[in-house]
Design a protein. Structure first.
Length: 109
């Protein structure tokens, strides 16, 4: 024979009332919820865009710019240097000669 001993049941507490942030996360993290699926799709799309489009495009661009193009330094254009006596084509201005530096000691008191 079995002895049936009835133990007192533990009290069941009413569910704790959640605040707005906790309620949001409770609904958001439910498996199959709309926002969880949309977040996952956005994440997967971002990973695809970064790894399959942006990084390969940057590598190809870098290789073409710095290793294939015949211009020195790729497509970086350097302004021509201006020396005394040169004429500026747009204005017709002639660059004056540089002033001579005094010879001797450079410290002035």
């Amino acid at each position: 024979m079995f002895l049936c001993v009835h133990l007192p049941r533990e009290p069941v507490l009413p569910p704790e009332k959640l605040g707005p942030v906790a309620r949001f996360w409770e609904r958001f993290l439910q498996p199959g919820s709309f926002w969880r699926l949309q977040t996952f799709k956005l994440y997967k799309g971002g990973v695809f865009t970064l790894t399959r489009i942006l990084i390969p495009a940057w590598v190809i661009h870098y290789y073409l710019k710095y290793h294939v193009m015949k211009m020195p330094y790729g497509v970086i254009v350097v302004k021509p240097r201006v020396f005394p006596g040169d004429t500026i084509l747009e204005t017709g201005e002639i660059i004056p000669p540089m002033e001579e530096e005094p010879t001797g000691h450079h410290c002035r008191l």
